[in-house]
Design a binder for this molecule. Structure first.
Ligand SMILES: [Zn+2]
Length: 97
């Protein structure tokens, strides 16, 4: 994820940016979708991410889109934009917003 240059941002803006980063990290720990990227759908096996009411991230299978498989797409490389499907291991791109 790109880092903001400190120069040009007010002290208050930097404080708010740090608070947002912290809140997003806490949301991810709780299994919530931080909305910092699009959801991912695997074109090979059909696993799809979805966001439930309340913001919980789900991954569903084509056979039943109502049940969370408990599987999660994983980043291939920290700070990268390539993700690995937990079902078939396909690696695909999903850019950060
Ligand atoms: Zn897949």
């Amino acid at each position: 994820m790109a880092r903001c240059r400190k120069k040009g941002l007010s002290k208050e803006m930097r404080r708010l940016a740090r608070a947002i980063v912290k809140i997003k990290a806490e949301a991810k720990k709780l299994g919530l979708f931080a909305e910092d990227r699009d959801t991912i759908a695997c074109p090979r096996c059909g696993l799809e991410e979805d966001v439930a009411c309340g913001g919980k991230l789900l991954v569903t299978a084509p056979a039943n889109r109502e049940i969370d498989t408990g599987l999660r797409f994983t980043l291939v490389k920290k700070d990268g934009d390539m993700w690995r499907c937990p079902g078939c291991e396909l690696v695909m791109k999903c850019e950060w917003l």
